[in-house]
Design a protein. Structure first.
Length: 299
């Protein structure tokens, strides 16, 4: 019995017992917080990230306790070790820490969400997944023209939300302005050409104009932004070779390429129906004859 009492009163045993007790408390706290988060947070993605964050913090605390329990003897030493350890962890894992902080920033500030089309760090694509470290994009562009998928899946560190601008094509206002230039000859009937372009644009884009108006009114109320014209509009530009009719219009951010194609088809068909009253302009170079070249060589 005396041996048992001596063992129980030994400083090493007491230190280990305190360490085990603290570990049990931390593990129990992690379990409790996970249950609370499960009940309080309805969004599955946010709940998952929050639970993971609690686990990571808990495990770091356990590792810290184990380290200081066997390396320090008094509170002053604890403070020094904690300071050095924190500085080392921060320096070594700064990118990881920024990424985890970025994931919380993304979810709670709603910078973007899965399904949004964004451009970040010079990479454009649709967000298909967000985890605690990376944002995964289905890439667009690169060697592929217009807003088409390249087929590559790109993972970007969440830390980039703190390092540069984020261009979101769909948040709050899921429409974009685009422009189309129709080039006609100086001999064409300009007024008729303008009428054709305006009418075809209004016919095709009426639905987009109506839907975007409601969204734009919300934008004007929410942000410090001036009101803007959403209906299709045209402007004329005169060049040395042709008259350029510039059409500015609004469309769904996912249908920019398709909308431009449909507009060109409608306008081309109507201009063709004028039977030459309106003609498309082009630069044509005709080589009719190669001049004779007489070369004389001196002896």
């Amino acid at each position: 019995m005396e041996t048992l009492n001596t063992f129980l009163e030994h400083p090493t045993f007491l230190k280990i017992a305190k360490l085990v007790l603290w570990i049990v408390v931390i593990v129990a706290s992690i379990s409790f917080l996970r249950k609370v988060l499960k009940k309080r947070i309805a969004d599955l993605a946010i709940r998952y990230k929050a639970q993971k964050g609690v686990e990571i913090i808990g495990y770091v605390l356990i590792a810290l306790l184990i380290l200081i329990s066997f390396t320090v003897k008094n509170l002053e030493d604890y403070t020094i070790i904690i300071g050095l350890f924190t500085a080392g962890i921060t320096f070594t894992l700064q990118e990881l820490i920024l990424s985890i902080a970025g994931s919380f920033y993304i979810f709670f500030v709603r910078v973007y969400k899965p399904g949004d089309r964004i451009e970040i760090n010079g990479i454009k694509g649709d967000v298909i997944d967000i985890d605690s470290i990376y944002t995964t994009l289905m890439e667009m562009g690169e060697w592929v023209s217009s807003d088409n998928y390249s087929g590559r899946i790109v993972k970007i560190s969440n830390a980039f939300v703190f390092k540069g601008p984020i261009k979101n094509y769909s948040m709050d206002f899921p429409f974009v302005w685009d422009e189309l230039n129709i080039l006609i000859t100086y001999e064409s009937d300009l007024e008729l050409a303008k009428k054709i372009v305006q009418e075809q644009a209004e016919l095709l884009l009426a639905d987009y104009t109506e839907k975007s108006t409601a969204k734009w009114e919300e934008m004007v109320e929410r942000y410090y932004i001036e009101d803007s014209k959403l209906a299709p509009s045209i402007a004329i530009n005169l060049t040395d070779n042709w008259v350029a009719i510039n059409l500015r219009y609004i469309t769904d951010y996912k249908r920019r390429r398709a909308t431009k194609h449909e507009l060109l088809e409608l306008i081309q068909r109507e201009i063709k129906a004028t039977q030459g009253t309106v003609s498309f302009a082009s630069t044509t170079l005709q080589l009719l004859k190669i001049p004779e070249v007489d070369v004389q060589l001196k002896k």
